[in-house]
Design a protein around this ligand. Sequence first.
Ligand SMILES: [Zn+2]
Length: 284
Amino acid sequence: MSSHNNLGLHLRLKDNLASLVEEAQLLELSCIQFFLVEQKNHQYITFSPKDKQIFLSARQSFLKDVFIHSSYWINAASSKKDVFNVSRALLRREIKTAKSLEIPYLVLHAGSSKGYTATPEDPLGKTQGLQTLARMLNAILKKESDVTILLENAAHGSKTLGNDLNDFLALKGYLDFPEKIGFCLDTAHAYAYGYALSPIDELLAFVDKTMGLASLKLIHFNDSENLFGSMQDKHAFPGAGEIGQDMLAPFLHHPSIKGLPKIIEAPVSSRQKLLQIIESVSSW
Ligand SMILES: [Zn+2]
């Protein structure tokens, strides 16, 4: 199945895992990402043993690469103690679910340094934010070896952590288990934040210095509705946004990242439209 190599899609979870599997099959995807939160009621999915079985057998047969995108309820760097504690419980819950579905990766946004003390050397208070994030990851990863958390770069400015890729380099200094952390590079976020995607060699050299290419496990292969450096996060279909095919295509073919799954986080669209996008991008 799937002639689309490592190209995949973010799918929306509707009623159960079986319908997610069916959707992946209809779209001929071997690579998907989804939230554990159901679209219709904004609650975590609960699945029956049978439903789980359907998913696990699809994992065996054709769903080669599967990623969970953690919910936006989680703020892993929060300066508020109650938010931090709730986030830790949710993160544990999502990891447990991922494990039960034999999904090895959970994508997580790094959060924000809102509420932390700014200093002349650190005007955004990012150091404390990153230390809090590290505290969260250290607590979670102490007893976890089946699921790798993938931190994703962000588009937004100011106190958002992980917009500047150097934040990840700083974070590593506070991690007890840096080998249990991986990264996800979102092309739209990088572009909107103000990273030139071309020449790709230069960008990947910087990614290697900060995230580390060996720790990069996933590309979010998105175009951007918003301008370069706008710090606004709105995805467009690959080739239909400000980045465009010429700058995006090298992310499919560059030898350093050729083998990595590339997931398109497309605007809500019909199955037909999605099939057309996948078809078109795989011919680039
Ligand atoms: Zn993304």
